[in-house]
Design a protein around this ligand. Structure first.
Ligand code: ATP
Ligand code: MG
Length: 426
């Protein structure tokens, strides 16, 4: 017996019923990005492994245990399926000297790969929409990024997505805080779980990122990075908050928000909903002023965010965002002459901008009419031997109680237009 094949664990097929919602999401996103003047960039799904090691940081979840890395049999190259796209976008911007033409507002959309334990809202192939504002020091552009997100939730019809922000300050400020944090955590080492003990040695800030409830009291008592910020960092953070206040966007300063990647400084933020259970973060981002230089470019500031498409689509589905009718007309036909006439009728209708499904394959009129109904089309155009011989077609509205009428093929598009939009639109 042949074994049935299945998709790779944690990687999902998006079937047509779902894909319609995805397309609506993508259309909304494209309009939204255009409204802020961001330009699309497309980078490969595969990069040299060293890119992510260098950009994301060795002591991060992603690099330690989530990357799909392999050696290319054919030439021995160490490659990785991208776990995120910021590193790739920065690599591309540096490689092609994009910043020589001034700062760049860029966006991307596509699949990312992380070897995580699959669960609701967490997959091994998932999708992100992200933007990178390269060459901007902020805080104005940080504010823009946050206003953008707020507008997208609105455009998508999503409510109750809350904003958490924090500032990670500058490197010396982080180091001073890190010293204090390590001293504090060492004093409570016996209470740390295994993961946090390991993080204490490799990347102590990440202990604050622990999701283990037992770790929460320890995290709450830890020294706050915010208390180590100097005047410049504070001024930057105040600038971001002033923009949020002007725009009346509510937010919470969350001093424990550190984000999972190493490259952030100053502003970091997450947008969170309560409606997706444990996987409630729909968007995360912040400022990463050191990354461009780290990847070999001329030093330049930058900020960006990435949002989880699957999680946003799950929210859209909860809000009852179904799919609308996709076709206008279903062309029913039977017999050889009728099939030829049906091709003509369908093409004439498409010339006028209608979406048309032409029935293909043998079937009775009755079963074709059932298909027409199930297709969601508003109108059935019906062509049998009689109609074909006369150069005519039958028309029947499918969504209202009205009989079938008959019309010459060259008047068909007008007649369908009348039915769909009313006579007065002529
Ligand atoms: P988490 O703490 O949930 O693992 P993260 O900090 O690893 O999140 P980011 O790298 O900031 O996530 O990615 C930005 C967004 O991408 C997340 O907020 C989330 O919406 C989405 N995302 C991240 N990992 C996954 C995944 N494995 N499956 C689905 N969506 C994901
Ligand atoms: Mg993660």
């Amino acid at each position: 017996m042949t074994q049935t094949l299945q998709a790779v664990r944690g990687m999902n097929d998006v079937l047509p019923d779902q894909a319609e919602l995805w397309e609506r999401f993508e259309e909304t996103v494209r309009d939204w990005l255009a409204a802020y003047g961001y330009r699309n960039i497309r980078t490969p799904l595969l990069e040299h492994t060293v890119l992510f090691r260098r950009a994301i940081g060795e002591a991060t979840d992603i690099v330690e245990k989530e990357m799909y890395s392999f050696v290319d049999d054919l030439n021995g190259e160490h490659l990785t399926l991208r776990p995120e796209a910021t590193a790739s976008v920065v690599r591309a911007a540096v490689e092609h000297s994009l910043l020589y033409n001034g700062p760049q507002r860029l966006w991307y959309m596509g699949p990312m790969y992380r070897h995580e334990r699959p669960q609701k809202g967490r997959y091994r192939q998932f999708h992100q929409v992200g933007v990178e504002a390269l060459g901007y020091a902020g805080p104005d552009v940080d504010g823009e990024l946050l206003l953008m997100c707020a507008r997208l939730w609105d455009d998508l019809g999503l409510e109750g997505i809350r904003l958490h922000i924090n500032s990670l300050g500058s490197l010396p400020e982080r180091l001073a805080h890190r010293d204090a944090l390590v001293r504090y955590l060492e004093s409570r080492a016996a209470e740390l779980d295994a993961d946090s003990q390991r993080r204490l040695r490799t990347n102590p800030l990440r202990v604050l990122d622990s999701k283990n409830p037992e770790m929460q009291p320890i995290i709450t008592g830890a020294p706050r990075l915010l208390d180590f910020l100097g005047p410049e960092s504070i001024q930057h953070f105040d600038g971001v908050q002033a923009i949020l206040k002007d725009a009346a966007i509510p937010y919470t300063v969350d001093t424990r928000l550190v984000r999972g990647l190493d490259y952030y400084n100053l502003t970091v933020f997450e947008w969170i909903t309560d409606r997706l259970g444990a996987q409630g973060t729909v968007c995360g981002g912040g400022r990463y002023d050191g990354l461009i230089e780290q990847i070999g470019g001329k030093p330049a500031p930058a900020a960006g965010f990435a949002m989880g498409v699957e999680r946003l689509i799950a929210l859209m589905r909860d809000e009852g965002g179904g799919s609308g009718t996709l076709v206008d007309v279903y062309v029913v036909n039977q017999g050889e002459a009728a099939a030829r006439s049906a091709f003509r009728a369908a093409e004439l209708l498409r010339d006028r901008g209608f979406a048309v499904i032409q029935h293909c394959g043998d079937a009775s009129f009755k079963s074709q009419m059932k298909r027409a109904d199930a297709s969601g089309a508003a109108v059935a155009v019906i062509i049998g031997d009689d109609e074909a011989a006369a150069g005519e077609a039958g028309i029947k509205p499918l969504r209202e109680e009205r009989g079938q009428s008959r019309i010459a093929l060259d008047r068909l598009a007008d007649a369908v237009s009348d039915l769909l939009y009313g006579e007065e639109s002529e």
